[in-house]
Design a protein around this ligand. Structure first.
Ligand code: ADP
Ligand code: GLC
Length: 504
């Protein structure tokens, strides 16, 4: 089965969050199950500068379509490329006018969305759909698997080809985050090259705007998200971000597949970023990672201080606005905080202020740094993820593997992966962390208190660590679920209708 995997981020080349980790982990696992996988990504500088070689494939078609005009785009080409360490070919969408901009794939230097994001990501969807129509005659996908709103128009274009009588691949759309929807003014619709009828409440129209996310949910053959609990939560108005009605309508096509972890990158026994590797059988060595972390974050190197770590985007999603409210309690109880994050300026400032108020007990690093992320996840005793909502969450999974007990809110993928240290769960031998319900300082404080209480029971603490370290959230397991979804869809078309053309 040929699978075209379409995304905007790929670890270690370009990453703003967990999406990049997923794009690095899932395709090889699908390959291991026998799928023939190719990636499609925009030629962002971080990707284009890393490729080993490229071979031109084709210009993106811009000629008339059976339903009207092609998308209005600058000249764009697809090339086949190889990337170091990537075990599969990558289709690179080359359109310098759209992608040759350094830094974030989505935001300009002012931290705001690029004004032409609709066109930048329409081009990605268009490239995917035209590859599905045989743009590369040597390789036509059976399934196009799209990720997040950036790829949201691909299923819409594929549907338009199907409506026009073309043979088309199946489409699967994976939601990584409902909060980012790709909403654009109505005026852009005319440029997108979609059938006029699609700008409708029954299509991709969302309160008078164009929604890439809605397009994908509406037109994909199957919709998935990254944990079973989040798949249920988004059916409710509280988490559906205005699309819960459509999701309920399509609930029979929606499922949650829990993300995996790339244990080649995230394992304490082989982690090259750690001063002393450790494992389940040599847990005492974790103290060396802790001391290194304390020293590098300006924390007093007290071996018995309970160190709480944070590695996170600082956005409303992550619930970290609760943390400044409980830092005094945390420090008074003898705890320390090591925080690595960036994002919301007010939150950044709140944490910088906390570090000034609690020298030696609170250390803060504002920024994005892969090496420090490993240092925090390995060196902390507890990794904090008090999210307001969390489609899956990866840092709690990394925490589990590193013997760093996750302290999380009972929501989304966090609820699916962490078992609270209640007396019952300790007794049953299932506890792996600390879980709280209410998105409030009181709720967070209750879990912090459980963490301090367990730390005074070292045997039980170690048992929880060992249990977490023994768990596996394998990409192979996730890939098996995706493969079953692909196989449940209509078989790949043998021949493609020739509905593509170029004007020049
Ligand atoms: P999200 O994708 O919502 O940000 P996840 O938990 O799925 O949340 O994934 C976050 C990923 O980004 C993890 O790999 C985490 O280590 C990484 N990360 C988040 N913030 C930082 C940071 N400031 N520096 C380095 N890595 C970070
Ligand atoms: C999103 C979500 C996060 C998830 C990640 C990878 O960024 O916020 O919960 O783990 O995607 O699927």
């Amino acid at each position: 089965m040929k699978v075209l995997y379409v995304c905007a981020e790929l670890f270690p080349f370009l990453k703003t969050g967990g999406l990049a980790d997923v794009s690095a982990g899932l395709p090889p696992a699908l390959q291991a199950l026998g799928c023939e996988v190719r990636l499609l990504m925009p030629a962002f500088p971080a990707i284009a500068s890393a490729v080993n070689s490229t071979r031109p494939v084709a210009l993106l078609p811009d000629g008339p379509l059976p339903w009207g005009k092609a998308p209005v785009l600058p000249t764009a080409k697809v090339a086949l490329a190889t990337l170091p360490g990537l075990k599969m070919p990558l289709y690179l969408l080359q359109a310098p006018a759209l992608y040759e901009r350094p830094g974030s794939p989505y935001l300009g230097p002012n931290g705001k969305d690029w004004g032409d994001n609709a066109r930048r990501f329409a081009a990605l969807g268009w490239a995917a759909a035209t590859l599905g129509q045989g743009l590369d005659p040597d390789w036509v996908p059976d399934v196009i698997h799209c990720h997040d709103w950036h790829t949201g128009l691909a299923p819409a274009y594929v549907r338009a080809f199907a409506d026009a009588g073309g043979a088309t691949p199946s489409t699967v759309f994976t939601i990584h985050n409902m909060a980012y929807q790709g909403l654009f003014p109505r005026a852009v619709f005319a440029q997108l090259g979609l059938p006029a009828a699609y700008f409708d409440v029954g299509g991709l129209e969302f309160f008078g705007q164009v929604s890439f996310m809605k397009a994908a949910i509406r037109y994909a053959d199957r919709v998935t998200t990254v944990s079973p609990t989040y798949a249920r939560e988004i059916l409710d108005p509280s988490q559906g971000c205005g699309l819960d009605g459509l999701l309920r309508e399509r609930a029979h096509l929606l499922s949650g597949v829990l993300n995996g972890v790339d244990y080649q990158v995230w394992s304490p026994a082989t982690d090259g970023f750690l001063p002393t590797p450790y494992d389940i059988d040599a847990l005492a060595k974790k103290s060396s990672a802790k001391r290194t972390l304390q020293l590098s974050f300006g924390l007093e190197p007290r071996p018995h201080a309970l160190v709480f770590g944070v590695v996170s985007r600082l956005t409303e999603q992550k619930g970290l606005h609760l943390l400044p409210q409980v830092i005094v309690d945390l420090v008074q109880a003898g705890g320390q905080l090591a925080l690595l994050g960036q994002g919301d300026a007010t939150l950044e400032q709140a944490f910088v202020d906390a570090a000034i108020r609690h020298p030696g007990q609170v250390g803060v690093r504002i920024g994005y740094d892969e090496v420090t992320a490993h240092a925090v996840i390995a060196g902390a005793d507890v990794i904090l993820v008090p999210s307001a909502f969390e489609p899956c969450g990866l840092t709690q999974l990394y925490g589990l593997r590193y013997g760093t007990l996750p302290l999380v809110r009972r929501v989304g993928g966090l609820a699916d992966t962490v078992v609270d240290c209640t007396l019952e769960n300790l007794d049953d031998g299932t506890a792996t962390g600390f879980v709280f319900n209410d998105l409030s300082a009181k709720g967070l404080l209750s879990a912090l208190r459980r963490a301090f209480a367990l730390s005074r029971r070292p045997d039980e603490w170690t048992a929880a660590q060992r249990r977490g370290m023994g768990l596996r959230f394998d990409w192979l397991t996730a890939a098996q679920h995706y493969l079953a979804i692909y196989q449940s869809l209509k078989p790949g078309a043998k021949s493609r209708a020739r509905v593509l053309s170029r004007r020049n």
